[in-house]
Ligand binder design. Sequence first.
Ligand code: GDP
Ligand code: ZN
Length: 297
Amino acid sequence: MKAQATRRRVIVGHARESVVEIGSDERARVKLRRSSGHPVCGDWVEVSADGEQVVAIAERRNAFPRADRRGRKRIVAANLDRIVVVTAPRPEPTRDLINRYLVAAANVGIPAAVCLNKADLLGPADERHWRALARRYRGLGYPFCRSSTKRSGGLTALRRLLATGTSILVGQSGVGKSSLINRLLPGVELPTRKLSAATGKGRHTTTATTLYRLPGGGEVVDSPGVWEYGIWRMSAAEIARGFVEFAPYLGRCRFADCRHLVEPDCAIEAAARDGSIAGERLDSYRRIVAAIESTAR
Ligand code: GDP
Ligand code: ZN
């Protein structure tokens, strides 16, 4: 009988080898062939029958990039089901930050959700603000949950959100992503976190993006520091794609290349004026486009 190649999920992708899952709790290191390409965390790969080599990478459903300070992209994970934008009352997100993350998620073709962490810090004034935001984002189709690493039961809603498929957490530094991962994965030694505890910094430099199985179901990809320092440059059309409620109006403006800023007979502007699109969202879109254009010069 001829031995068959087998399909495995990549836990960590290194330059010369991949760590793949071979059982629910078992891992193996397999070498890469020159022809096999470079598997990343979350890839599905064919491993040779002797278990020694990656033969091929299966076609990716999607690819998740990191961007360096110059905006150059590098794929660090693949086949994700969800990008969870983590935010918190403190550090308070800048005005358009959540929308910027949602735009980036839309452009890599991965569904997004929002998680408000540090819910224990919400004061009465914050409550009103965040309730309105939750309503807005849910209305647009984004799951929205709260979490707290400082309260018992504070992770229930997030666990439920993560219980299916493969997720990655993104968000600005300090919102609590590492704390959440640590709590979600009890007993898992996270090398990066130990380093962080020892030095207080530097955890972004040595880390390999890694996939973990969650005890309650689902998988989470840990890629410390990812999207913390912003995302890559996008065109006005790409930014508009991240404002999902614009979709029915795109292509209906007088000018085919309308950027929905000051152009006459703009369908998006008209939709905002009659209340079909929230004025606040159009304003946010325009600020994001303006900010990108001002850095272009
Ligand atoms: P990261 O930069 O997003 O990975 O954030 P960290 O996990 O390093 O957390 C930043 C700070 O926020 C730390 O001092 C955490 O103890 C704190 N923190 C994390 N989660 C919570 C939370 O749910 N509530 C409160 N009050 N503080 C939190
Ligand atoms: Zn327009």
